[in-house]
Design a protein around this ligand. Structure first.
Ligand code: ADP
Ligand code: DP6
Ligand code: CO
Length: 347
């Protein structure tokens, strides 16, 4: 009743920002991402009849109470219900990058937890079933089950047995259709993602809180959601054609529209700091000067800069030369979540 799993975070090129249903954590629109090899979460889950509550150790520290433990415990309830067991579990997890800082720790965290917990509970779920389950923990986690380039469905339609689209009629039905799938493997396109950490502390407004506030109060939320399907289509075509310029255009647009919708909330949500803005300008200027780079930013102040492998050194130098950058992390197209032995490094 014990299992270890490893998962990488992922970075959305077309963002998920908003929910259609809270109980099932259904996204308000689809999204498209790249799984980031180079950054990892490792999680161990052990169900034990001797425990009278779930316990969580995160990044080396015991989490005695509060939101983080509750979120893990509620997720374990879904696993227990499915496996027909009632034991509590001991969960130990390590992110080898900043937690809750806009680097998608909830994505790798809940993908690794979904795989480790279901395995420890004796369940054998398909990648699609795991993706649906991981989504209940965190929407972006549904994508980290898969490697490479990944597209997430919004669950508005299910694919019928004959391959046609059928509209789902309830949140429960939509839940079964809202999962991610790989659209191209990691080896398809060796893009690199250089991450400028501009502040490593946990953000004040978590992603869940930020998107809920946006959809409840921002006059731009509907327009933002309406813009997503076209962006997914363009991004998927750019990935298929390995068209860097086209991907740059759609990824920056999706990022800026997402942040614009959040800034339109009441009170406005600003995840950026001065260095974030300096990097946006530095990247655009470098691209205008011929360097193939584009930026994207999640719910936090870190800036992720994409480039083809050949431009890696120049891209790193661009970030290192921007004042206020505290740390530079590097990622490449990575594999999906997998079981691993103990906490040995096999990332
Ligand atoms: P991020 O940008 O890091 O994804 P979020 O606000 O989406 O930020 O989520 C951060 C939350 O995800 C944490 O506060 C914690 O509840 C949860 N989390 C992060 N890493 C893990 C992990 N390895 N195991 C379990 N939960 C995790
Ligand atoms: C800006 O998946 O963290 O990173 O479903 O509430 O856990 P919850 O939110 P989460 O949101 C991710 C938001 C984002 C964009 C993205 O990854 O698509
Ligand atoms: Co998150």
């Amino acid at each position: 009743m014990k299992a270890f799993a490893l998962a990488h975070p992922n970075i959305a090129l077309v963002k998920y920002w908003g929910k259609r249903d809270f109980a099932y954590n259904l996204p308000g629109a689809g999204s498209l991402s790249l799984t980031l090899g180079g950054l990892s979460t490792r999680t161990c889950v052990e169900f034990d009849a001797a425990l009278d509550a779930d316990s969580l150790q995160l990044d080396g520290k015991a989490v005695e109470s509060g939101g983080k433990l509750k979120r893990v415990s509620q997720f374990l309830d879904l696993v227990r219900e499915r496996a027909g067991i009632s034991q509590h579990a001991r969960v130990i997890s390590e992110n080898d990058f900043p937690t809750g800082a806009g680097l998608a720790s909830s994505a790798s965290g809940f993908a690794a937890l979904a795989l480790a917990a279901t395995t420890a509970a004796g369940l054998e779920l398909s990648a699609t079933e795991l993706s649906i389950l991981a989504r209940r923990g965190s929407g972006s986690a549904a994508r980290s089950l898969f490697g490479g380039y990944v597209e997430m469905n919004d669950g508005v339609y299910a694919i019928g047995e004959d391959g046609t689209k059928v509209a789902t009629r309830s949140a429960e039905e939509a839940s079964k259709a809202a999962y991610a799938r790989q659209i191209a493997p990691a080896a398809h396109w060796d893009l690199r993602c250089v991450i400028a950490v501009t502040s490593a502390g946990e953000k004040d407004i978590g992603s869940t809180e930020g998107m809920v506030s946006t959809q409840n109060t921002s006059p731009y939320y509907e327009q933002w959601i309406a813009s997503v399907p076209g962006d997914i289509e363009r991004a998927a075509a750019a990935v298929a054609a390995r068209d860097f310029a086209a991907l740059a255009e759609v990824a920056e647009a999706s990022c800026l529209r997402m942040h614009a919708s959040a800034m339109g909330a009441d009170p406005g949500i600003i995840y950026w700091n001065a260095t974030t803005v300096a990097l946006i300008h530095a990247v655009r200027k470098a691209r205008a000067g011929g360097l193939p780079v584009f930026f994207t930013i999640d719910a936090g102040p870190q800036v992720k800069v994409f480039c083809p492998a050949e431009a890696l050194d120049e891209c790193r130098a661009l970030l290192a030369g921007t004042q206020g950058v505290r740390q530079i992390l590097e990622a490449h197209p990575g594999e999906g979540a997998r079981l691993c032995g103990d906490f040995v490094s096999d990332a």
